[in-house]
Design a protein around this ligand. Sequence first.
Ligand SMILES: C=C1C[C@]23C[C@H]1CC[C@H]2[C@]1(C)CCC[C@@](C)(C(=O)O)[C@H]1[C@@H]3C(=O)O
Ligand SMILES: O=C(O)CCC(=O)C(=O)O
Ligand SMILES: [Fe+2]
Length: 355
Amino acid sequence: MDSSLFFDPSLLKSQPTVPLNFVWPKECLEDSHEELQAPVLDLDGFLRGDNEATLHTANLIRKSCLSHGFFQVINHGVDSALIREAYDQMDAFFNLPIHRKLNALKTQGSLWGYSGAHADRFASKLPWKETLSFPFHDNSLDPVVTNYFHSTLGEDFQQAGVVFQKYCEAMKGLAMKVVELLAISLGVDRLHYKDLFEEGCSIMRCNYYPSCQQPSLALGTGPHCDPTSVTILHQDDVGGLDVFVDKKWQTVKPRPNALVVNIGDTFTALSNGRYKSCLHRAMVNEYKDRRSLAFFLCPKEDKVVRAPKDIVLKDGTKQYPDFTWSNLLEFTQKYYRADEDTLPNFTKWLISSKP
Ligand SMILES: C=C1C[C@]23C[C@H]1CC[C@H]2[C@]1(C)CCC[C@@](C)(C(=O)O)[C@H]1[C@@H]3C(=O)O
Ligand SMILES: O=C(O)CCC(=O)C(=O)O
Ligand SMILES: [Fe+2]
């Protein structure tokens, strides 16, 4: 396969300028001049079952989710050595020569595999990044991530599969705890959403943002709201995650021991619109590659996504039609590039396509 047909950021970054299809509209490129006041929540008390600490944490979560839907968590129980191993394995993959990465190339219509700038999907506003995405579910005893790496990348990546299997298990466990806190913060039973997510197939995505010769024109990931439910992200120490709050870009400063948590569109619907799925982006810079590990918690694809009855009753109106995650995922993969208007456009599409 002629690898020159494929986007190879390591090649591109050696050119004097970025190609026009990587240049973003200036309104997406405004600088951030301040740090996002995202609360840093210590989960230790909650994870130990301390009720007072649980209520205190839930209150801080409610405050941030009513405002912008981003918060950071420390003492989250995910081993820092495991996070470090995940970065090491991710670096080993992205440092492969392009023809090796193409062995894992994402096929048309699939979420899974290697992608270079999504060049197969979009013709303009290409993100300055390479990604590796794979599925995680714990519905069977099979180590689905280890199997993915083995079947896609072969023996050389057996260890990567083991590391990311453990990483995703830790992410799923933490995400289910965060969902419990979200339920408490909304005033519904803490296990209200458990069944919806328990058997879901979540998305693990490794983001690799090569340094860029014109960082003021390109974006690692363009402005968007995550269509998923809850995102748990670790970013390396380079910095570049910005959130659009109060009509300005505000940066989320990297904290090595913290995980960044944000609400996605699906959880906005599950909160009847109370909790914000906020616009965010990933900047690139001239000198340092940047990496992030994003775990996207998703509901079981065919279960109905609807806000708890008590919340709808209290609010007086039901903000969104019932839908399934497979409906919304199909919409983002086939018809609509996720941005800040995904949810309203999705609900219009859903209602218009109902028989
Ligand atoms: C369901 C998903 C679609 C994306 C990956 C997950 C959750 C985040 C979405 C995404 C990152 C939002 C920005 C645009 C996007 C195309 C990307 O830059 O990768 C989105 C992902 C996707 O469609 O593959
Ligand atoms: O890399 C980051 O900091 C953010 C990435 C992101 O928002 C995403 O992959 O959805
Ligand atoms: Fe995102």
